[in-house]
Design a protein around this ligand. Structure first.
Ligand code: HEM
Length: 478
């Protein structure tokens, strides 16, 4: 096996498993043990890949054998009953569901959603004129965009019941999937215990009831709205007609959930970078002023003339990865790498944090340097994962990132907040632990760059067509 910290009998390295920001400990272990190391968590062998080269060699280049998922009894079997695409093992069932989701999220189809991203981002810019609560407003944007595309209704307030329900489902999922939270994941044999001896089963049943009823009622709602949406597209597919309705409802529901709380986290990270690195903000604003001027908002059509903005988006996704610890893969046959054995069934994790900080690929990786993407357009972007399990929603996400980052930089200055004359300092390494990682709350003031910029934001929102049915009816399958 690849080297790693010393193991104890039976528990292996469980006593050393880091719970806070584990990806940073694993980065240290990469420095100590090399680009590939192994740990033993109970019965599970975990292979950690800490450099671009090792992750690319296995998870991308040998994707046909590295694309399964480890067994998660609580989150995968009890809470979502095998319907969650992210957790499905590699095989025909996953392929079918991935195909159904990709029919809505592939690169070509994703371009069709830009009119809705245009509208929602106009509301976002307008909201930011009146409030600095950017985390809440970014979340409203992603929620409204994803609910709109999935089911056909906008969420102008951001606290509509369909958002609160989905936020609760996401919180439950994170709880269920958390490493070390559920003993049954460490010892799956415990799942044979009757419910009265297995308290996690009650919790799982509660989570399942909430999530399945939400996805089913959203599916019905999506069928009832007047225009095209993901629900109508996916339910018409031949594959959908051959399966129970609940399975189809989960495919749409998982797209909605996956898009609800990810891109907004990357936008929080952009805001963190912008307030702490005024140098790149100035460069970006020079590009925007030259290409767009000050009497209109940037649009998607400007993208090919805004290479620096595209580089800012990539650097945001690299600098502080949302999926910092990586989503675990599993290998389906024995393999070998650098002379080490990788046993069939091992969990294999590309540690995004350490890969994004790999000095062999990214010079001065701690620095936020969009220029690196212009100097070397072939730099690898790993933020969306690896091989066949790469994020299905990456194109929708990158389009949202582009239009919002371009418009934020065009419209605002990002200023530190002062209390009683004292500047509130911001720590660019203070992040949450968990499946996805976001900055701990911090404050920024969004100041319009000029009265002219402010009035363009106001006018763009006032004049925008806010009728989602008009917008969706022009989409459909492209
Ligand atoms: C910045 C935003 C996002 C990031 C960083 C992100 C990251 C990821 C990562 C790392 C994976 C797992 C890849 C792997 O296993 O190697 C993943 C899977 C997935 N993502 Fe995203 N994602 C984002 C936004 C979205 C959005 C907006 C959607 C939906 C529209 C979405 C839908 C999915 C789905 C359905 C999967 C499951 C893929 C599978 O296992 O078959 N993601 N994402």
């Amino acid at each position: 096996l690849p080297p790693g910290p010393r193991r104890l009998p039976i528990i292996g390295n469980l006593h050393q498993a880091p719970s806070e920001l584990p990806w940073r400990t694993y980065q240290e272990w990469t420095k100590k043990y090399g680009p590939i190391f192994s740990v033993q968590y109970g019965l599970t062998t975990v292979i950690m890949l800490g450099t671009h080269e090792s992750a690319d060699a296995l998870l991308n280049k040998k994707s046909s054998i590295y694309s399964s998922r480890p067994r998660l009894v609580m989150a995968g079997e009890l809470v979502t009953k095998g319907f969650h695409v992210l957790l499905m093992t590699y095989g025909q069932k996953w392929r079918t569901h991935q195909k159904m989701q990709a029919s809505c999220l592939n690169i070509r189809q994703s371009q069709a959603y830009r009119p809705l991203q245009d509208l929602e981002s106009k509301q976002l810019m307008h909201d930011l004129l009146h409030s600095d609560d950017f985390a809440k407003l970014y979340h409203r944007y992603t929620a409204s965009l994803m609910f709109g595309l999935s089911y056909g209704k906008r969420s102008p307030a951001g606290d509509e019941p369909e958002i609160k329900g989905a936020d609760q489902v996401n919180a439950n999922f994170l709880d269920a999937a958390k490493v070390g939270r559920n003993i049954v994941d460490a010892l799956p044999v415990l799942n044979y215990l009757p419910a009265f001896l297995a308290p996690w089963k009650h919790r799982a049943e509660r989570f399942w009831r909430l999530e399945s009823s939400l996805h089913m009622s959203n599916l019905r709602f999506g069928m009832s709205t007047p225009s095209w949406n993901f629900t109508k597209q996916i339910t018409k597919m031949k594959e959908a007609k051959d399966m129970p309705e609940i399975e189809v409802a989960y495919d749409i529901g998982i797209i909605y959930e996956a898009g609800l709380d990810t891109t907004n986290m990357a936008l929080e990270i952009f805001t963190l970078a912008a307030v702490l690195n005024p140098g790149f903000v100035e460069t970006a604003q020079r590009e925007l002023d030259a290409v767009v001027g000050s009497d209109r908002l940037p649009t998607f059509d400007d993208q090919h003339n805004l290479p620096y903005i595209t580089a800012v988006v990539k650097e945001t996704l690299r600098w502080r990865p949302v999926s910092a610890g990586g989503i675990p893969h599993s290998v389906i046959t024995d393999d070998e790498y650098m002379g080490y054995r990788i046993p069939k069934g091992a969990t294999v994790i590309g540690n995004h944090w350490s890969i994004h900080m790999d000095e062999a690929v990214f010079a001065e990786p701690q620095k936020f340097l969009p220029e690196r993407w212009l100097e070397n357009p072939n730099l690898p972007l790993h933020a969306f994962g690896f091989g066949r399990r790469v994020c299905t929603g990456q194109h929708v996400s990158q389009n949202s990132m582009f239009i919002i980052v371009a418009r934020l930089l065009w419209a605002f200055r990002f200023e530190h907040v002062y209390k009683n004359g004292v500047r509130l300092e911001i720590d660019d390494m203070a992040f949450t632990s968990g499946f996805n990682s976001r900055p701990l709350p911090f404050q920024v003031h969004f100041e319009p760059r000029s009265a002219a910029h402010k009035s363009v934001v106001e006018k763009s929102w006032a004049e925008a067509d806010k009728d989602i049915n008009n917008i969706l009816s022009q989409m459909g399958t492209v």
